[in-house]
Structures are given as C-alpha cells and as structure tokens.
Design a protein around this ligand. Structure first.
Ligand SMILES: NC(=O)c1ccc[n+]([C@@H]2O[C@H](COP(=O)([O-])OP(=O)(O)OC[C@H]3O[C@@H](n4cnc5c(N)ncnc54)[C@H](OP(=O)(O)O)[C@@H]3O)[C@@H](O)[C@H]2O)c1
Length: 371
C-alpha cells in the first residue's frame, strides 16, 4: 500500500491570463489513514477541462493548492466505504494527483447536488462519482470510458437527443467540431442522416474534421468572411445548432437559423480560450454563461426556436442507456472515439499549458498508469 502520493499544485499566480510551466509545482504528500466511510483510489487518467486556466486566473483554484475539480478515472485500491469495493473502476473528481482519498458522502465540487435519482443510481452524493459497470470496463479503455461515457460523450448524446429527433432533412450546425463534445455530437448528427456542417480554427483542422468525422463540410471560424461562408453552406437556413462555444460564431449562426429551429447551448469555449478573459460583468444565469445574449434571446423568441441550456448531469439518471447506445455505435464502427492522450504524471503541466497554445482534437487526457 503506498504511503505517499504526488500532487501538482498551482504555485505561482497567473499573470495576464497566460499559463506557463512555472505556474505548477510538484509536491509529495502523505496518504492519510482511511477513516470509516472512506476509500483510497489510484488515479489512472484525468480529463483536462477547458476551464482550468480560467479557474486559476480567477482564483477559483487557489495558489498553493491543487485544482480539486478534475474528472478522473481511478481504481479503488482500499475501501472502508460500503459504496466502493476494491478493484472498482470509478470516475470521480480529483486533484492533479496520483492517489486520492474519496468518500461516497462527498458532494460535487463546483456544482449543486444532483437529483435523488442520480444519487440513487450512483450510490454517492456526487453526480461525478460513479462506478462504471464491469462490462463497460471490460470493453473500453479508461480513455474511452472518460471521453464517451464522461461529460463529453454524455453531453453530445443528450444534446443531440434533446435537439431531436434529428431528421435527414435537418440542416445542422455544430460549433467546436474538433473539440471533445463537438467531435462526438457531429458524428451523432451525421449518423441521423442530417446535413452537418462543423466549425474549426484553420483550414487544416477543417480538413481533419471532414476526413475524420465524415460530416459534410467544415468552416474556418477565423476566416474574415464567416457570415458569408455560413450562408453559402446553408442556402436553406439552419434548423439545428449545437453550441459549446458562444461569442461571435453563435451570433452569426443564430442569425441564419430557421423558424421552429432547435438549439442546445452547453458551453462557452470562445470565452475560455480567449487570450484575455472578459473583465466585464460576470454572467449570472447559465444561459448568459453559455453565450446567449439578449440579442440572441430576441431572435430565438421571434423565430420560435426551441432553446435549451443545461449541465449534463440533469440526464445522468439515464446514463446506462446512453452508455449502451454509444457502445453499440462504437462496436458497429459508426462512432469513433478521438484519442488525444499525454502520457505521464510529470507531463500534466505541459498538457495543461499546451491546451491553450496548440489546437487539439477530442478530449485532452493525461494518463498516469494502467488499470
Ligand atoms: N453543459 C455541460 O454539461 C458541459 C459538458 C461538457 C463541456 N461543457 C463546456 O462546453 C465547452 C466545450 O467543451 P469541450 O470539452 O468540447 O471543449 P474543447 O474540447 O476544449 O473544444 C472547444 C472547441 O471550441 C473551439 N473554439 C475555441 N474558441 C473558439 C472561438 N472563439 N470561436 C469558435 N470556436 C472556438 C475550439 O476550436 P479549434 O480548436 O478548432 O480552434 C475547440 O475545438 C466548454 O465551455 C465546457 O466547459 C459543458
């Protein structure tokens, strides 16, 4: 049984919203004795989420501490918590560290409590702490478990379902198509037979999107001619918009949406990847947070566009069904997980810093070990 664990901390405050390697420092800590109701997990892989830099720059992650909000795949190696048994492969929130003490009574970090249904399904107090079914662990690697059956795949699955049913006649726009949620949503929309156009930063990435995801076309959102290019790609207007980006792209797309369209807004990547964070007023509602401005609200109302914004755990009581459906599509070769892996605990800062510098495709993950 290990006596110590390694942990990366946020060491030096961020200057000018720019992350450098000097922001991180590794330390070694003692693993405490387990109390009744606790379990020790070995972290196999963490998903790097795009809000990491913003959390550091805004002091949500505090200097001298780790970021405790990451989504990880972990193995239970010792348990005094009846909700977990040794050998369970789970997902939970962890710091940037290779071992962690958890408890099924822990609440989610950064989110309100889940519904009673989700608590009952998980057997824990957090929507993010969940033991994968053994069949899923047998079939899929930790990377796939955490991409397809983590927040990315689940958001894509429930988002496409909530926009649906998607019909072959639907003209669908998917923002952030090279990104982790967008790459899955675009494939799911195409599987429905719809006409699907994506958006990515640069012509190479657009080519990658079309070649890899098999959608109809992809527009470079950085081109100076964005509105005209969207109008060309959608001569009959846009029926469905799947949006994790917000900002100018969303303004341009919504302007071309048809009456009775459908839109799911789940994220604000444009704000999270901006060189400088907006210093204006902090959004107070989820709809504002995901880029639905007053002007966009007006268009949505005038054109009777069904518009939803939610955090994916709202659907987590249905996650077994989603896991089964997504598994079937992957087994049939119709849905591809996109691999974007950095290997090695020591490389975690590099992965985080690099995420804001070089375009990546799919979910950025850092693997610390194997199951
Ligand atoms: N509601 C929920 O439950 C939920 C669940 C998952 C994620 N989210 C949120 O959804 C958002 C996206 O998540 P993700 O994991 O898919 O992120 P991701 O993998 O980092 O992808 C983000 C994508 O956004 C694109 N992008 C960045 N800046 C842009 C801009 N100014 N205009 C247009 N596109 C831009 C990037 O395109 P290029 O790389 O091609 O430049 C990138 O592919 C995040 O805000 C995340 O927090 C919410």
């Amino acid at each position: 049984m290990p006596q110590t664990f390694r942990q990366w901390i946020y060491a030096k405050p961020v200057v000018n919203d720019t992350l450098e390697l000097e922001q991180f420092e590794m330390r070694e800590c003692t693993i405490p004795e387990l109390e009744p109701g606790q379990a020790l997990v070995r972290v196999v892989l963490v998903n790097v989420h795009s809000a990491t830099r913003m959390r550091m720059a805004r002091g949500i992650t505090k200097p001298g501490e780790t970021d405790p909000s990451n989504y990880a795949c972990a193995v239970v190696i010792k348990s005094r918590d009846p909700a977990f048994k040794e050998g369970d492969v789970i997902t939970c929130q962890t710091g940037w560290q290779d071992f962690q003490v958890i408890s099924s009574s822990d609440k989610a970090i950064g989110y309100p409590s889940p519904s009673e249904l989700v608590k009952a399904l998980n057997g824990t107090n957090s929507q993010w702490t969940y033991a994968f079914r053994p069949a899923m662990v047998k079939m899929w690697s930790p990377a796939v478990l955490m991409e397809m059956f983590g927040t990315s795949g689940m958001t894509a699955y429930f988002g496409v379902r909530e926009c649906g049913p998607l019909m072959p006649s639907d003209k669908v726009a998917v923002a952030g198509t090279a990104g982790s949620v967008g790459s899955i949503a675009a494939q799911l929309a195409k599987i429905s037979g719809s006409y699907v156009v994506g958006f990515a930063g640069g012509s190479d990435r657009c080519q990658w999107v079309v070649d890899t995801l098999g959608i109809d076309s992809c527009i470079d959102y950085r081109s100076g001619n964005l509105k005209a290019e969207i109008a060309d790609a959608f001569p009959d207007g846009i029926d469905v918009y799947f949006d994790g980006v917000g900002g100018t792209l969303t303004e341009a797309v919504v302007g071309l949406m048809n009456r009775n369209g459908r839109m799911v807004s789940y994220g604000a990547a444009a704000a999270l990847y901006a060189d400088k964070f907006d210093s204006g007023s902090v959004p107070t509602t989820l709809r504002q947070m995901v880029g639905i401005t007053d002007e966009i609200e007006t268009i949505l109302r005038e054109r009777n566009i069904k518009s939803e914004a939610w955090i994916v755990d709202a659907f987590y009581h249905e996650r077994h069904r989603a896991e089964d459906d997504l598994s079937r599509l992957m087994l049939a070769g119709r849905l591809k997980p996109i691999r974007n892996m950095v290997v090695g605990f020591e490389n975690l800062p590099n992965a985080i810093v690099g995420m804001y510098r070089t375009g990546h495709a799919g979910k950025l993950q850092v693997e610390f070990g194997t199951l």
